[in-house]
Design a protein around this ligand. Structure first.
Ligand code: MN
Length: 154
């Protein structure tokens, strides 16, 4: 018989602006050097049973996330600062509370403005594939569009 008792309550307070208690602020993928000035907080995880994880990323002024793609999708909602993104083949200016959907296998990279950070929520499947980085042919294809060529950082 299925238990109908409620699971544990999670209420993670914001202990200071854009920092939620009960978790670590991690330098994102610190070892691989494909990003600049990015931190990550995992707000909800697989243990919450939604099949998704919700993360908060913050990119410092002039910083950028890794240019990558993968089978899984992203839902991204900027909630702090200002920036822009490559999503597949488009450069998108990000305003607070916009919603950006990154489709499976779409190249993507998020950049903060030069003079202001960019903070965004990002939802992903809990069970997901690992990102793939661009090879030489991928970069050549991306750079055929001069706007994309000027935007990407690798
Ligand atoms: Mn990604």
């Amino acid at each position: 018989m299925t238990s109908t008792s409620a699971g544990p309550v999670t209420h993670r307070r914001q202990s200071r602006p854009f920092v939620w208690e009960g978790g670590a602020v991690l330098a994102y993928k610190e070892a691989d050097g494909t990003f600049r000035s990015v931190t990550r907080q995992v707000l909800t995880g697989a243990e919450h049973g939604q099949g998704t994880c919700l993360r908060y990323f913050e990119v410092g002024p002039g910083g950028y996330t890794t240019l990558e793609r993968h089978e899984h999708t992203h839902v991204v909602i900027p909630i702090r600062g200002r920036g822009s993104a490559l999503v597949v083949d488009r450069i998108v200016r990000l305003a607070l509370h916009d919603v950006v959907f990154v489709p499976g296998w779409g190249w993507h990279q998020f950049r903060a403005a030069d003079d202001e950070l960019l903070g965004f929520l990002c939802a992903v499947r809990a069970d997901r594939d690992r990102p793939v980085l661009p090879g030489g042919e991928d970069l050549a294809a991306l750079r055929r569009d001069p706007r994309v060529a000027a935007f990407i950082r690798v």
